[in-house]
Design a protein around this ligand. Structure first.
Ligand code: CAO
Length: 547
């Protein structure tokens, strides 16, 4: 047994204040367990343990201002090691080198080069130096298209394992485009979005704003809900205005992560830490208080929806619990949001694809020569593109205030891809302008990228409509969930040869079951019927696709 001290690594700042303890005397800690949270004027960071053992003494208290090298706790370790007093400079360096958060924190607050002068007009906002070459995940979008932002306002929040950082606008202006989605992984230099910088709003800048690590002004209203994104379904940024002080939620990365995992709305939690900072204990108290309420009062998100009671399944037999993947969590959130917000109607029909299949099969050799594969999907994409142009309501979205319908003059279609990591929806742009071979190649390419987790955010954005093809798997029909804010989705099941009455007798025909779900706020049954009829007609007589 030996007693050793853990010291503050290089924190990339002169001094930082202790704002939260994450361990107490008697706790067992492992290497890399977070011990406390330090906050400088630029960043907050968790300091990990460099030792494994029992915490026997806390050497600092909340509010203390610490600098690099300060001892923070004493740990009793199982085997002996140099006493702290004997720590040499080399030892300190070695300790620091083992401390991943240190490097991250240090680099994340590093100066960003003065490389931009913002001029009037369209201004692309790029990810500044975030202190790591690794891609970091987008966990919050703090603005929406149309928002006015001031230089320094937070645009989005990135989170690595140990730190969260807000990326501020490097100019004032109106958000014209957001190029990323929640769940996307970003690196330095990636495009975040485009601002319209006007004369009276932005003076030329001398430097790009530094990213801020988990500083308090993280905007809410929701905790970093993994809104769609890398998403399965393209995410929808909640309509929000830029940051306001009333939205302030103080919380560290670990607390935010925990809140997300348990769907705890951080802004509803009373923070007992310094400056109202939300601590882990506050989350525990929040959950306890919620659970103490009668079930009838337990509603989620104020929507009056009773929660599903927690059940200890182990009382009925052995169980195994596995965390959802990030994509899985995003999908769950998107599906629930769509299901709860969109009044769904699903219509069913079968398309006679006998001729289509004969044509498709006749092209197999051609496809092989071209190094591609022609499945029914390119035909479905093409048929939907024609139907979307002829039935513009299907190519629209309801405005965020539900007061108007936004019609799209482009035809981008997403298609669901089943990947080991979960459901992803890459988007093929301008389907109406592409031929079958081009579509076949894009389907193959995008599906491969999806399965290899190499899709870029832009390749999952902008869809007007989605196709979910389960045809290769089987089934006779299902009710696809609309990928809001899109208003329609076509589900495709497995074609099979059926006896079909042709007016004088039964003939064997290859029938393809189709299921069309749509948002009944925008689309009526008759609209749905017309769209479906057209898709069925086009697939049944593919000569029409060329018209
Ligand atoms: N009926 C009968 N056979 C079908 C079919 C259908 N509707 N659709 C495809 N097939 C056949 C294809 O022709 C191919 O056979 P051949 O090689 O003999 O031509 C075989 O099934 C496999 O097709 P595929 O899956 O490789 O290609 P695809 O273009 O049909 O689909 C993709 C590509 C990416 C959409 C698909 O692989 C996939 O991931 N589907 C799952 C989508 C999903 O999960 N949806 C649910 C979302 S909601 O949870």
């Amino acid at each position: 047994m030996a007693k050793q001290q853990v010291i503050v690594p290089d924190i990339g700042a002169d001094a930082a204040e202790v704002i939260e303890w994450m361990v107490q005397v008697g706790d067992e800690v492992a290497v890399d367990d977070s011990l406390l949270v330090l906050e400088s004027d630029k960043a907050s960071m968790e300091v990990p343990s460099t030792l494994a053992g029992t915490v026997v003494e806390l050497l600092v208290k909340i509010g203390d201002s610490l600098t690099e090298g300060a001892a923070i706790i004493v740990v009793e370790t199982a085997h002996s090691a140099p006493e702290p007093a004997q720590l040499t400079e080399e030892t300190v360096e070695a300790v620091q080198a083992e401390t991943p958060v240190q490097a991250e924190a240090q680099e994340a607050v590093a100066e960003v080069p003065d490389n931009q002068t913002v001029s009037i007009g369209k201004h692309s906002v790029l990810v500044p130096d975030i202190g790591t070459d690794d891609a970091v995940e987008v966990i919050e979008l703090s603005v929406s298209v149309g928002d006015e932002v001031l230089e320094g306002d937070t645009l989005l929040v990135l989170e690595s394992d140990k730190a969260s950082m807000e990326i501020p606008a490097d100019a004032s202006g109106k958000v014209l485009e957001i190029a990323v989605v929640i769940g996307a992984s970003l690196k330095q230099g990636d495009l975040i979005g485009v601002l319209e910088v006007a004369d009276n709003r932005s003076a030329p800048q001398t430097s790009v704003q530094e990213p801020k690590l988990d500083v308090p002004e993280v905007m809410s209203p929701a905790p970093a809900e993994p809104k769609a994104a890398a998403v399965a379904s393209a995410p929808v940024a909640e309509p929000k205005t830029a940051s306001s002080s009333s939205d302030v939620v103080y919380a560290g990365p670990a607390v935010r992560k925990l809140a997300r995992e348990f769907s705890i709305p951080l802004e509803q939690v009373s923070g007992s830490g310094p400056r109202g900072r939300v601590l882990k204990e506050d989350l525990h108290i929040f959950v306890e208080q919620r659970l103490a309420k009668p079930e009838s009062e337990r509603v989620s998100s104020g929507a009056g929806i009773p929660t599903v009671p927690a059940v200890d399944f182990s009382q009925f037999g052995p169980v195994r619990e596995e965390a959802l993947s990030k994509i899985g969590k995003v999908t769950a959130t998107n599906m629930q949001r769509s299901w709860l917000n969109v009044p769904h109607v699903t219509q069913y029909d079968d398309a006679d694809v006998t001729d289509l299949e004969a044509f498709r099969v006749s092209l197999k050799d051609d496809a092989a020569r071209r190094g591609t594969k022609l499945t029914p999907l390119p035909f479905l994409l093409k048929a939907c593109a024609v139907a979307l142009k002829d039935n513009p309501k299907f190519n629209s979205s309801l405005s965020p205030d539900s007061e108007s319908v936004i019609y799209k003059e482009y035809v981008h279609i997403g298609f669901a891809v089943d990947t080991p990591a979960g459901l992803l929806v890459p988007v093929i742009r301008d389907v109406d302008k592409k031929g079958l071979w081009e579509l076949a190649e894009e389907v193959l390419e995008l599906a491969a990228l999806a399965r290899d987790k190499k899709l870029k955010p832009a390749q999952m954005q902008g869809a007007c409509f989605t196709i979910s093809s389960l045809g290769a798997l089987g089934g006779k029909g299902f009710t696809p969930i609309v990928n809001a804010p899109e208003v329609g989705i076509l589900g495709v099941s497995k074609s099979s040869v059926q006896p079909v009455w042709d007016g004088s007798g039964f003939a064997p025909r290859t029938m393809l079951p189709l299921c069309l779900s749509y948002d009944h706020r925008v689309i009526n049954g008759a609209d749905g019927g017309r769209f479906m009829n057209q898709v069925v007609d086009l697939l049944s007589d593919i000569r029409r696709l060329t018209l």
